[in-house]
Design a protein around this ligand. Structure first.
Ligand SMILES: C[S@@+](CC[C@H](N)C(=O)[O-])C[C@H]1O[C@@H](n2cnc3c(N)ncnc32)[C@H](O)[C@@H]1O
Length: 228
C-alpha cells in the first residue's frame, strides 16, 4: 500500500481535471452518471477530493469520500462544503446496505496490490450501493504502458503480468513524485466484478484536439460501468 505524505497529498490537490490526462476518463464517468440531482454518491479512494467536487457539480445532494490515507483525508477536508464528507476507513465502508445511488473509484485500483483486495473493495461497494446503481471505475488501460502522457507516465515494459508493480511518475508543472502502482488487465476487473454480481461494460475514451500528447491516440484509461 502506498502512503501519501502531506506534501504529496497537497500536490495531488492541485492536479485538476480539465486539460490533464485525467479529463477523458472523468468525461466518460459524467456521461454514464448523467444528472445526479438529488442523488447520493460514494467516492471510494477520494484522495484530495477532486472527484467528489465533480460529483457535486453534477448535482449530487450528498457526496461521501472514503480513503485509507490520513494525509489525503486532511487535504480533502479543506474543501469544507456541507454537502461533502470525508471519512478515513480501514476496510469497511461505515454505512448500511443499499445507501448510495451511485459510486465511483477514480484512479484507485492501480494502487490495489492483490485480486483479494480488489474483491474486498468491490464487495463492500456493492453492499452499500442501491440495486440498479452504477459503480464507475476509472483505471489504467492495460495497453497504455509506456505512453507519453501529460499528467503521468509509466516506463514501457512488454513483460508486465497481472499484479506486477510498476513505478508511476505523477507530474504537475515542475512538481513530480513517484508512487508504486500495480498492473492489472481488463479481464481481472471483469472477473472480480462479475463474480460479485455486477453487470459490467467498458469503454476506452479518447480526447480530440491538438493540445494532447499520446492521450489522443491511445486511451489512457478504461472506464468500467459496473451496475448492481
Ligand atoms: C491516485 S489517488 C486518486 C484520488 C481521487 N480518486 C482522484 O482521482 O483524485 C488514489 C487514492 O485511493 C486511496 N486508496 C487506495 N487504496 C485504497 C483502499 N484499499 N481503501 C481506501 N482508499 C484507498 C489512496 O489513499 C489515494 O488517496
Amino acid at each position: 500500500m502506498y502512503t501519501y505524505s502531506d506534501q504529496n497529498a497537497e500536490t495531488y490537490s492541485k492536479l485538476g481535471i480539465t486539460g490533464t490526462t485525467y479529463e477523458s476518463g472523468f468525461n466518460e464517468a459524467r456521461k454514464i452518471f448523467g444528472d445526479l440531482s438529488g442523488k447520493t454518491a460514494l467516492d471510494f479512494g477520494s484522495g484530495a477530493g477532486r472527484t467528489a467536487q465533480l460529483l457535486l457539480s453534477m448535482g449530487a445532494s450528498r457526496v461521501v469520500g472514503v480513503d485509507h490515507n490520513q494525509s489525503m483525508i486532511d487535504q480533502a477536508k479543506k474543501l469544507s462544503n456541507p454537502k461533502l464528507e470525508f471519512i478515513k476507513i480501514e476496510k469497511m465502508i461505515p454505512f448500511p446496505d443499499n445507501t448510495f445511488d451511485v459510486a465511483i473509484a477514480a484512479h484507485v485500483f492501480v494502487e490495489v496490490g492483490s485480486i483479494e483486495e480488489m474483491r474486498q473493495i468491490s464487495q463492500e461497494v456493492h453492499r452499500v450501493l442501491k440495486p440498479g446503481g452504477s459503480f464507475v471505475i476509472i483505471t489504467n488501460n492495460s495497453q497504455a504502458m509506456g505512453c507519453n502522457y501529460i499528467s503521468y507516465g509509466y516506463p514501457k515494459n512488454d513483460n508486465l503480468k497481472s499484479g506486477d508493480k510498476m513505478p508511476c511518475t505523477i507530474k504537475k508543472g515542475k512538481e513530480s513524485f513517484v508512487i508504486d502502482d500495480y498492473f492489472w488487465m481488463e479481464d481481472d476487473y471483469r472477473n472480480v466484478l462479475e463474480k460479485i454480481g455486477f453487470s459490467v461494460s467498458m469503454s476506452f475514451p479518447l480526447v480530440s484536439g491538438n493540445n494532447w500528447l499520446d492521450e489522443a491516440k491511445i486511451a489512457s484509461h478504461v472506464v468500467i460501468n459496473a451496475v448492481k
